[in-house]
Design a protein. Structure first.
Length: 336
């Protein structure tokens, strides 16, 4: 069975905060928080967390990324607000603005659009190709996905003119469609200034079943994205992907939450970018209590996250439940 499923996960029972190790070193007042952390969304900053928001047809690239403040000084106002929140926060609290992005369209997305979701889930996603399109393992961006990432790059350059706070740290899933989206988005904005992206295994797509979600080995990743930071303990081959079992949404949420706890414990930066996948983004929303919204390929969502550590919390190991398996095909899945 899928390795990630057997890993014991923690249910958090929060107690009263006491002193824990924190580390300063961020110009916006950000710090690291070690220990079990509670995440919540700071409301009223971005339209995407408003209960009335409808993501259907919404283009954040034409709307200051969803920032509610539309004044000429909107980004400077936000930067000052986040800095003030961090300066006023106690030793157990910090704030980070996370730009969580979905990769551009990949060949697997193209195939799913051709065959439809039911046939994709029960048949085609388990294969690597239909003879015309190859989507596995580790699907690449198609031409539409490349164009989507280029559009995001241009949108950032437009917002830079108005002072948008840029990510201080760039994180990526190890899957190539996400890493390539990051590269296209930031190559001439941050990467050319010495920023080194960090690849995190736990920011990958739902693990198992779909061949597009089986990652490449380390040699391929290092050759394709030279100089990027990869944890030395990163396994050479993918030890997590399984052809029979797949993570459920709950398991993804717990995996992403664990990585967020690691991130908040290690990185004092206030502004971060994570380039990942639709399943990862849903897990992120689950982990921080954000309302579930759709994020199109090439899209992203800015979220101001409040983190509070709870060092007296107790941890109950649980298995997280049964993995998912491929659905049975109820119609002819070999034809359009």
């Amino acid at each position: 069975m899928l390795g990630i499923v057997h890993k014991l996960v923690s249910v958090l029972v929060f107690g009263t905060p006491t002193a824990l190790q924190t580390t300063s070193g961020d110009i916006y007042g950000g710090k690291t928080l070690a220990g079990i952390t509670n995440f919540t969304v700071v409301p009223g900053i971005f339209i995407q967390d408003d209960p009335s928001f409808n993501s259907s047809g919404y283009d954040l690239l034409q709307d200051s990324f969803g920032l509610i403040d539309k004044s000429p000084n909107r980004w400077k106002n936000l930067e000052a607000h986040v800095t003030q929140l961090n300066k006023e926060a106690d030793a157990h609290t910090t704030y980070k603005l996370i730009y969580i992005a979905r990769h551009g369209e990949g060949f697997h997305n193209l195939a799913q659009s051709i065959y439809g979701t039911p046939a994709w889930d029960c048949r085609w996603s388990l294969l690597t190709t239909d003879g015309n399109i190859t989507w596995g393992p580790d699907a690449l961006l198609d031409s539409t996905g490349i164009s989507q990432a280029e559009a995001v790059n241009r949108a950032w350059k437009e917002q830079i003119k108005d002072g948008v706070p840029l990510p201080q740290t760039l994180y990526s899933s190890p899957l190539r469609r996400s890493a390539s989206t990051l590269n296209i988005t930031w190559h001439d904005i941050l990467l050319n200034r010495g920023h080194v992206p960090r690849i995190k295994e736990n920011f990958r797509e739902s693990i198992g079943l779909h061949t597009c979600d089986q990652r490449s080995n380390i040699s391929v990743i290092r050759k394709t994205y030279p100089g990027w930071q990869i944890d030395p303990s990163f396994p050479f081959h993918d030890p997590l992907w399984d052809p029979t079992y797949q993570e459920t949404d709950t398991l993804i949420g717990r995996r992403v939450r664990q990585e967020l706890e690691n991130l908040f414990a290690e990185d004092p930066s206030t502004f971060l970018s994570i380039t990942c996948h639709s399943g990862t983004i849903s897990g992120f929303f689950l982990a921080i209590g954000h309302r579930m919204i759709g994020v199109q390929t090439g899209g992203f969502v800015p979220v101001l996250v409040k983190a509070t550590n709870c060092p007296t919390a107790t941890m109950q190991p649980i298995s997280g439940g049964q993995s998912a398996t491929a659905p049975a095909c109820t119609a002819d899945s070999t034809s359009l």
